[in-house]
Design a protein around this ligand. Sequence first.
Ligand SMILES: [Zn+2]
Length: 284
Amino acid sequence: MTGPGTETGPGPETRPGTATVDTLLQGYQVESTVGDIAFCGVNLIQAPDGAGGVRRIVVDTGHFGRGVVLRRALAERGLTASDIDVLVLTHTHWDHVQGLEFFDRAAVMVHPRELDYITNPHAEDFATPAWTKAVLDLYDVRHAVEGTELAAGVHVVEVPGHSPGTVAVAVDTADGVAVVTGDAIQNALVARYRRNALVFWDEEQANASVRRLVDMSDVVYPGHDQPFRVEDGNEISYLTKFSFGLRRVTPGMPGLTFDLEPGLRPRLFPAPPGWMDSPPGVSA
Ligand SMILES: [Zn+2]
């Protein structure tokens, strides 16, 4: 291995292991009796760009209602949305893509199967609004496929199943391989049981994707949970503490209820066989 200061190895600006992952917005597995809160994790990857600068990649945008806190999170780091070079959408569910318009300069990257799918989402997919394609058509979307290199030590991993074209981003950090998974791994229980919590495409593929991501990584940045490690013995070790506040609601308020369901109860809405092969209304 080539060490620092040697003349033959890659310079520090391109050496793998120098990329970082920084959570801009935490992801939460919080649901309500009056609708889906759907707070996904929004993560910033920073890696040397090979020219003495920094390449900044944001994975997933959150939904529109989180714009104020997203801008605040960027400002706390001395950044604005215009400093982001690349946006990777792990998939096209509304809660991951609706913040797209906050980023005015970033190249937008999505898996091609996801782009095909949004022309005709299946009937039970309640997370893909009919307007999704119309929104993405406003952008010059580039393809994110297996192995696409986003920066030195940062590349795309195909992890289908939750949706047809779900991708994750693997990052070679100083602390090992981190994976930013979107809903390929929604939360720590999914990693622990190797079962996806919510499937709109293919359950077998979804669970194989969970296994792949857990096996290849040291740290998981999940879709709707705090980042964690899966330790020996399959124990979950969170990197950060849970922190979530409600305003204008107090514990004693009449009608307020709490329900913490124990365990993992996957919800399955797989696509009908052949759905992508012969979409209705499209002649061969
Ligand atoms: Zn999703």
